[in-house]
Design a protein around this ligand. Structure first.
Ligand code: SF4
Length: 463
């Protein structure tokens, strides 16, 4: 799937350096390992002694930070970073993270990924008590709650314990002060977060790709409901009381995470490859070639080819030089942008019966355009769409900005109607049972609410 906007994720990265390397340079490189999780804004905060510096802006990491700015941060102790896609399009700039806030007699920074489902209620409560908010970001709600708890005399860790008991939803976040860094993962483990080590220094990243990029060794995933404190004396951890059954977002394996990441014990690439194999067993079709929609559809296409014995070939070229996501999510621009991002290879496609594997269909706009390009530009004789996730019929309330339920193609149409509307010759989706088997070796259970409507966490509307 490309540009269909089921991608409002964020990525966080934190490094607490005990003297092993240059923090700013290493940190900057590490940010590339999470860039895929958000291309609208990027920011870092660093501590140097008791001081904290930060910079955040709209754009990709390369657009936000110049080499000289990174050089100016030499000698910093620790860093916290964020890449994001901000759902609240009116407040994109204000909502860029890390969010910096006054904490005790110093400053703290928070980098946050997720969605607090009782955010409106908490925000109203604070507004009624004369607190002010500068942004619409959940990170500021957490910062406000923390500041209030610390003002009552709690340590930062105790304050976090209390805050976590009051917030519900999916999240992972990092808090940094000049003295320490704290990593938190929600009690359901919906959002990924992992811990690594570089020399003797700890690194925390949304995905293991953030560790690999800087050569940090993966230690383990942060446990659901765990609070990890890192300072110059090492690492301490405790589970907060509200630890519950896990519900990792299965969409991380379908589309969101980078294929080389390992989440909760399961490899993302392997899961995607496996989904293609299962899809080939569940929905075989006679054809000449298997092709995938770049990037996240490619491993599933290879899996489909492997299982079916039908040759795999590249059929769509992705333009990798489209930088900042200047294209706003309007319907017409979304359609136009597909041609900007993907182009079919006519030599490969012309006159062939193609099995085209993609990871998901949300609105259907993109898939329709791709089928049309395969036929009209590529000259395909037949296009058989195979989707490595079940039909997306329900909205996500946990931080992935699916459109209104009524906008979801699978919510409005039967499979045959979808197939007709896309202009494909056949259309089939992997079963939910099949998909849930794909994260081989996973040490967690999954949320699959956008496919089956079984929401693991209540929203404010439910209450
Ligand atoms: S509803 Fe879907 S996208 Fe949202 S957390 Fe659950 S599985 Fe992930």
């Amino acid at each position: 799937m490309i540009n269909e906007k089921l991608q409002e994720e964020c990525g966080v990265l934190g490094i607490w350096n005990v003297g092993d390397f240059d923090t700013a340079e290493t940190f900057y490189l590490g940010m590339y390992g999470i860039q895929h999780r958000g291309q609208q804004s990027a920011g870092i905060a660093v501590v140097n002694g008791k001081k904290m510096f930060y910079r955040k802006e709209l754009g990709l990491i390369t657009e936000v930070f110049s080499e000289s700015e990174i050089n100016n941060l030499k000698g910093c102790k620790a860093g916290l970073g964020h890449v994001g896609y901000n759902i609240e399009s009116d407040n994109i700039r204000e909502n860029a993270q890390p969010f910096i806030f006054k904490y005790y007699k110093s400053y703290a920074a928070i980098s946050y990924n997720g969605c607090i489902t009782n955010a409106n209620r908490l925000r109203s409560e604070y507004l009624e008590n004369a607190y002010m908010f500068q942004t619409t970001s959940d990170a500021e709600i957490i910062a406000t709650m923390l500041t209030k708890e610390v003002a009552k005399g709690s340590s930062l860790e105790k304050a976090l314990d209390r805050v976590i008991k009051r917030i519900t939803g999916s999240y992972s976040f990092l808090v940094m002060t000049p003295e320490k860094m704290i990593a938190v993962r929600d009690p359901y483990g919906m959002k990924p977060l992992c811990l690594g080590i570089l020399g003797a220094s700890y690194v925390v990243s949304t995905e293991s790709s953030g560790l690999d990029t800087i050569g940090a060794k993966f230690i383990r995933d942060v446990k659901p409901g765990e609070i990890i404190t890192i300072d110059d004396n090492g690492l301490k951890s405790h589970l907060c009381d509200s630890y519950e059954k896990t519900a990792m977002c299965i969409f991380e394996f379908v589309y969101l995470a980078r294929s080389d990441s390992i989440i909760d014990g399961a490899g993302v690439y392997k899961a995607r490859f496996e989904s293609g194999k299962i899809l080939a067993r569940e929905y075989p079709v006679d054809a000449d070639l298997v092709m995938g929609v770049p990037d996240s559809g490619l491993p599933a296409a290879l899996g489909y080819s492997d299982e079916s014995g039908i040759r795999y070939a590249e059929g769509l070229i992705k333009n990798r030089y489209i930088g900042r996501t200047f294209i706003q999510p309007s319907q017409s621009l979304r359609e136009l942008s597909v041609g900007l991002k993907l182009n079919p290879i006519r030599d490969q496609i012309e006159g062939k019966r193609i099995i085209l594997v993609d990871d998901s269909i949300v609105r259907g706009t993109t898939s329709k355009k791709i089928v049309q390009m395969m036929k009209e530009i590529g000259g395909a004789k037949e296009v058989h769409m195979r989707i490595s996730s079940p039909p997306v019929k329900f909205s996500c309330y946990y931080g992935i900005d699916t459109p209104d339920k009524a906008m979801l193609m699978a919510n409005r149409m039967t499979r045959d109607e979808m197939c007709d509307s896309l202009g494909a010759d056949t259309l089939a989706f992997i079963s939910l049972d099949g998909l849930l088997k794909t994260p081989v070796g996973a040490k967690c259970s999954f949320c699959s609410a956008c496919f089956d409507g079984c929401y693991p966490i209540k929203t404010e509307e439910d209450e």
